[in-house]
Design a protein around this ligand. Structure first.
Ligand SMILES: [Fe+2]
Ligand SMILES: [Fe+2]
Length: 139
C-alpha cells in the first residue's frame, strides 16, 4: 500500500497548491516503491519538489500578508532540514531510517495540508489573489 494516496481529503480547491501537493505525493510514491540503490536519487528528487512547493507557499504568504505566515514558514524550514538529514542518511546506506522518515513525512504532510495549508488555501481563494502577481497600486 502506498504511503500516501491522492484523495479528496488532500484536495483544498486552490488548484495551484493542489497541483504542487499532487507532485509531492507522486515523488513520495516513487521513494516508497524504489529499490534501496535508487533511494538517494529518489529522495533528492523529493527534496527538490518539496523545496519548490514550500517556496511557492512562502511566497503566497509573503505577497498577500497572510497573518499566520511565520509559524507556517517555520514548519516548512524545519521539515526541509530534516529531509536534508535524510539525504545524508540515504547516501550512507541507512535505508531503514530513510524509509521510516518517509512514512513519518507522509503523516506530517496529510496533517499539514488539513491544517496550515487549508487555512492558506482558504485565504488565497477568499482574497481572490493569485499571490503571483506584483501587487497593483490602487488609484
Ligand atoms: Fe503545502
Ligand atoms: Fe505548507
Amino acid at each position: 500500500m502506498a504511503l500516501l494516496t491522492w484523495s479528496d481529503t488532500l484536495t483544498l480547491g486552490y488548484p495551484p497548491m493542489d497541483d504542487l501537493h499532487k507532485q509531492f505525493v507522486e515523488r513520495l510514491t516513487v521513494v516508497d516503491a524504489c529499490a534501496n540503490a535508487e533511494l538517494p536519487g529518489a529522495w533528492s528528487a523529493l527534496i527538490d519538489c518539496t523545496q519548490s512547493l514550500f517556496e511557492r507557499e512562502n511566497n503566497w504568504m509573503a505577497t498577500t500578508h497572510f497573518s499566520s505566515a511565520e509559524n507556517h514558514t517555520i514548519q516548512h524550514k524545519v521539515v526541509l532540514n530534516v529531509m536534508r538529514e535524510g539525504l545524508a542518511q540515504a547516501r550512507s546506506g541507512q535505508d531503514v531510517e530513510v524509509r521510516k522518515m518517509a512514512a513519518e513525512l507522509a503523516c506530517w504532510f496529510a496533517k499539514h495540508i488539513q491544517s496550515l495549508d487549508a487555512a492558506l488555501a482558504l485565504h488565497m481563494k477568499s482574497s481572490g489573489l493569485t499571490g503571483d502577481a506584483t501587487p497593483t497600486v490602487m488609484h
